[in-house]
Design a protein around this ligand. Structure first.
Ligand code: GLN
Length: 481
């Protein structure tokens, strides 16, 4: 659909060489062919997409510029509010709910000429690492249908990985963009906290949530990020000032950049040897391209996962209190208000969401607050300090994205701790608020994609993408195999 990437596709549509309608039909056709097996989409917005494509074509005919994503089909994780279009968060509790407004990201995409083709599957309320926690069934990995696509943004990652759309978006609270990107062999970016507006993103853990793009190339992801990034007065955590430009410097190379290989994350328990090998080959490739690579220590990085699994559930237990049977979606009747709420929440939430609410409520309860929530906050401070120390003399850091390649469907559903461990390399950047991204780098013996993670300090997206681009070039030259 877009061999030349999203910029080439948009410029073909802008010049009239291809119609937006033709492009969207191609995407809808691919979805119709593959989605029954993949279950990447919960909802295909075929009529809306055709109408949007026709509007783009009408602008082109009128001599107007529809924008940098003219006619580009885009998929959205189903926790982004889309006005009038059901937004489920992969949960039964939002049954029948249609948001009265669209997320800022959705509006920015549409204003840039993008054509929204549908809403993608996710772990319920973005809690999970495999998309198996969706109330509507699991998504399958496009590289092997017996394996998970990762999660929680598994549908968005699979949609790009299977070439159903050239660009999609997800949310990342502890790794939910980067880990599925690594499992599906695509680029996935968690931007700096506050760079992309969360207005209209259904909140999971507000101090950690960020929206970001999936693309087939580093450049496509950069283009997607630039369209959605930038200040939004509707999100009180939104960074003021201009978003850093990423695309102009993408091909400047890595000569002289200082890259640190994070010891604690390259030595995690259960690390698949091929993933370790790929990470060190990526480091070697950067060195060959002129970067200065050494090993660094971020001592608290290994503790970040434990802190995350206290902080994220604590915030979730508070955010999810709003699903009470009164304001949104599902209502199960009861004798009085309290029993109605209890019955609604018992029927509407799945097992993992209930587990998180209980963990979070416990961590915040009187008498335990300091021991759990307070300690986790102190670990978070240490993570921030440790990163600050290494970024004093390093431009970016490198690690695996996830300790393993895609695991089998069903393999970890009964073992929450094993599931949680697939986030060990991604959560530190959520705790610190820093950007990080996945770049595909080779495959394992089973032919499954391996992902390498590039981490950068706050607003370090320009340098992070340059390094990711250099890794991508090395992969294209076959250094990863
Ligand atoms: N897998 C992690 C969790 O279950 C991260 C989820 C996310 O980033 N939304 O919490």
């Amino acid at each position: 659909m877009s061999a030349g990437g999203v910029e080439a596709l948009a410029s073909e549509v802008r010049s009239g060489a291809r119609s937006g309608r033709e492009v969207v039909e191609e995407s809808l056709g691919a979805i119709e062919d593959r989605n029954p097996d993949l279950a990447a989409f919960l909802r295909v917005m075929a009529d809306e997409a055709r109408a949007a494509a026709d509007r783009v074509d009408a602008m082109v005919r009128a001599g107007d510029d529809p924008g940098p994503l003219a006619g580009v089909p885009v998929a959205l994780k189903d926790n982004f509010c889309t006005r009038g279009v059901p937004t489920t968060c992969g949960s039964k509790i939002l049954d029948g709910w249609r948001p009265p407004y669209s997320a800022t990201v959705v509006r920015r995409l549409v204003d840039a000429g993008a054509v929204i083709v549908g809403k993608t599957n996710l772990d319920e309320f973005a809690m999970g690492s495999s998309t198996e926690n969706s109330a509507f069934g699991a998504t399958h990995n496009p590289h092997d249908p017996a394996r998970v696509p990762g999660g929680s943004s598994g549908g968005s990652a699979a949609a790009v990985g299977a070439d159903l759309v050239p660009l999609s978006f997800g949310s990342d609270t502890g790794g939910s963009i980067r880990q599925p990107a690594s499992f599906c062999g695509v680029v996935g970016v968690k931007p700096t906290y506050g760079l992309v507006s969360r207005y209209g993103l259904v909140a999971f853990a507000s101090s950690l949530d960020q929206i970001g793009p999936f693309g087939r190339s580093v450049r496509d992801a950069a283009v997607g990020l630039e369209v959605v990034a930038g200040h939004d007065p509707a999100d009180s955590t939104s960074i003021h000032g201009d978003a850093p430009a990423v695309t102009p410097r993408l091909d400047e190379g890595v000569e002289g950049l200082r890259v640190g290989l994070v010891r604690e994350l390259t030595g995690v328990d259960g690390l698949q040897p091929e993933v370790a090998q790929a990470t060190s080959s990526a480091a070697t490739a950067l060195e060959a391209a002129g970067a200065i690579v050494d090993e660094v220590s971020v001592p608290s990085a290994a503790e970040a996962l434990s802190a995350y699994y206290l902080l994220a559930p604590a915030e979730a237990s508070s955010n999810l209190a709003r699903f009470d049977g009164v304001r949104y979606g599902l209502r199960v009747d009861g004798d009085d208000v309290e029993s109605m709420m209890a019955a609604t929440r018992a029927a509407g939430f799945g097992a993992e969401v209930k587990r998180r609410i209980m963990l979070g409520t416990y961590a915040l309860s009187a008498g335990y607050y300091d021991a759990y929530y307070g300690t986790a906050q102190r670990v978070r401070t240490l993570v921030i300090r440790d990163f600050d120390d290494v970024y004093r003399d390093h431009d970016v850091l490198l690690s695996p994205t996830s300790p393993t390649t895609a695991f089998a469907l069903g393999e970890r559903v009964d073992d929450p701790l094993a599931m949680y461990l697939s986030d060990v390399c991604t959560v530190p950047s959520n705790l610190s608020g820093h950007p990080a991204m996945n770049v595909p780098f080779g495959t394992d013996a089973a032919g499954l994609p391996i992902g390498v993670q590039v981490l950068a300090p706050a607003l370090g997206e320009p340098v992070m993408f340059r390094v990711a681009r250099a890794i991508e070039l090395a992969a294209l030259e076959g250094v990863s195999s």
